[in-house]
Design a protein around this ligand. Structure first.
Ligand SMILES: NC(=O)C1=CN([C@@H]2O[C@H](COP(=O)(O)OP(=O)(O)OC[C@H]3O[C@@H](n4cnc5c(N)ncnc54)[C@H](OP(=O)(O)O)[C@@H]3O)[C@@H](O)[C@H]2O)C=CC1
Ligand SMILES: CC(=O)N[C@@H](CCC(=O)OP(=O)(O)O)C(=O)O
Length: 343
C-alpha cells in the first residue's frame, strides 16, 4: 500500500527533514510541496540534499493545494498552521509540527502564545505514558516541540514511578540553531553563534515550559512544576538536556535504573545507555533516537538525568513520521533511522 503525502513548509528546516524521511519511506509517495516566500522555486535550489525530489516545485500553501492526499504534514509557523488546519478535510490525516494543538490549557496557551486557543489534538509522543493508543488510527496529530520531546522522555519514567518529587524539577538544555528555523535572524548569524553559548528565554518564559509541565503531569498523575532554561549552542542540530529533580527520600540509583528499563526496554527509539556512558548530540544526529543516562547526586539529594536528541529528527520530523506510521496502522519504525552519524 502506498499513501500520498503533501508537505507544507517544504522550504523550511522541519519540512525539509520530513521530506528527507519520506523520500526513504516505502509506503509514502510525496505529492504537493508548498511554501510561502519561495513559491515557484524548485526544491533542488532550496534543499539540495533532497536530490530525488529536486524537480518538484513549491506551490502556494492553500487547502486546495494540500487536498487529495492521504496525509498532510504541516511544517509552518504556529498560527499559520492552525488557520490552515481548520480548512482541511476530516478524512485526511494531518500531522502538525507546529504548536497550535499541543496544549490542553486555554489559559496556558493564551499566556505563552498570545492568541486564541484552538483545542487539542492527540499528542505525537507515543513513548509518553498513555499516548500511543490515542495515535493509532488518529486523523489529527500534534507533534511535540523539540525540547519537550527530549526533556519529557528524560524525566517521565522517574516521575511515573514516583521516585522524584514533582514540584522541584529543574532543566537546563542546549539546542542547535536549526531549532529556530531557516529564516534570517541577526542573533543566529554565524558570527554571533560560533565559538560561544548563550541563554535565552530565561525566567520561566519559554513557551515550551507549559508543554513540558503538561506531558510530565500526565506521566506523574499529578501536577509537575518545571523551571526550564534554554541555551543556544554553536551547532546546527541537536539538543542536550540536563534535568534534575529532588529524590523521594530513600530512592537509590538502582531503583531509578529499573524504572527507566521498565519504561524503555521495549521502545525502539529511546534508550537508557549502559552505566558509565553519557548522551552526546553527535551520537543521535540524523537518527530518531533519544539517549538517556542518569545518576544520583547523594550530596544534593537529586536525580540528574541527561537526554540527547536531534531536534529535527525525533524532535520534529522523525516524531511526525513515527506518528504518521501509527495513524496509518504501519509498523511504527517504518522509514526511520535507528543509527546516528557520529562523529
Ligand atoms: N526547527 C525545529 O527544530 C522545530 C520546529 N518545529 C516547528 O515546525 C514548524 C516549522 O519550523 P521550521 O521548519 O523550523 O521553520 P522555518 O522557518 O525553517 O520554515 C518555515 C516554513 O514555513 C513557511 N512559511 C512561513 N510563513 C508562512 C505563512 N505565513 N504561511 C505559510 N507558510 C509559511 C516557509 O516558507 P518560505 O520559506 O517559502 O517562506 C517555510 O517553508 C514551526 O511551527 C516550528 O515551531 C517544531 C519542533 C522543532
Ligand atoms: C534555537 C531556538 O530558537 N529554538 C526554538 C525551538 C522551538 C521549536 O522549534 O519548537 P516549537 O514548534 O514549539 O516552536 C525555541 O527555543 O523557540
Amino acid at each position: 500500500m502506498v499513501y500520498t503525502a503533501a508537505v507544507s513548509g517544504a522550504s523550511g528546516y522541519a519540512g525539509g527533514e520530513v521530506l528527507r524521511l519520506l523520500a526513504n519511506h516505502p509506503h509514502v509517495e510525496v505529492g504537493a510541496i508548498t511554501g510561502h516566500s519561495n513559491v515557484g522555486q524548485r526544491l533542488g535550489e532550496l534543499q539540495p540534499h533532497l536530490h530525488p525530489l529536486a524537480d518538484k516545485v513549491l506551490t502556494e500553501t492553500t487547502a486546495e493545494a494540500l487536498a487529495g492526499h492521504d496525509v498532510v504534514f504541516l511544517a509552518l509557523p504556529h498560527g499559520a498552521s492552525g488557520e490552515l488546519a481548520a480548512q482541511l478535510g476530516e478524512e485526511v490525516v494531518v500531522i502538525d509540527a507546529a504548536a497550535d494543538h499541543r496544549l490542553e490549557s486555554a489559559q496556558a496557551w493564551e499566556k505563552f502564545y498570545s492568541s486564541k486557543h484552538q483545542g487539542t489534538w492527540p499528542y505525537g509522543l507515543p513513548e509518553l505514558p498513555g499516548q500511543r493508543h490515542k495515535l493509532t488510527g488518529a486523523t489529527r496529530i500534534a507533534v511535540p516541540g523539540c525540547y519537550p520531546t527530549t526533556i519529557m522522555l528524560g524525566l517521565a519514567p522517574a516521575l511515573a514511578a514516583g521516585l522524584v518529587q514533582p514540584e522541584d524539577v529543574v532543566v537546563v538544555a542546549a539546542t542547535g540553531t536549526s531549532g529556530a528555523g531557516k529564516s534570517l535572524k541577526p542573533h543566529l548569524l554565524g558570527s554571533e553563534v560560533m565559538g560561544g553559548m548563550s541563554p535565552y528565554g530565561v525566567g520561566g518564559v519559554h513557551r515550551h515550559t507549559p508543554e513540558i509541565e503538561q506531558g510530565l503531569s500526565w506521566a506523574a498523575g499529578t501536577e509537575v512544576q518545571v523551571s526550564f532554561t534554554p541555551t543556544l549552542a554553536p551547532m546546527p542540530r541537536g539538543i542536550l538536556a540536563t534535568s534534575t529533580a529532588k529524590l523521594v527520600p530513600g530512592t537509590t540509583e538502582a531503583q531509578l535504573r529499573e524504572a527507566f528499563a521498565a519504561h524503555y526496554d521495549a521502545e525502539p527509539f529511546v534508550h537508557l545507555l549502559p552505566e558509565g556512558q553519557w548522551p552526546a548530540t553527535k551520537q543521535v544526529i540524523g537518527s530518531n533516537h533519544v539517549t538517556i543516562q542518569l545518576a544520583v547526586d547523594a550530596h544534593a539529594g537529586r536525580a540528574i538525568i541527561v537526554s540527547a536528541s536531534d531536534n529535527l529528527t525525533k524532535g520534529t520530523a522523525g516524531g511526525a513520521v513515527q506518528s504518521m506510521n501509527l495513524a496509518l496502522g504501519l509498523e511504527e519504525t517504518t522509514g526511520l533511522n535507528l543509527l546516528g552519524v557520529s562523529p
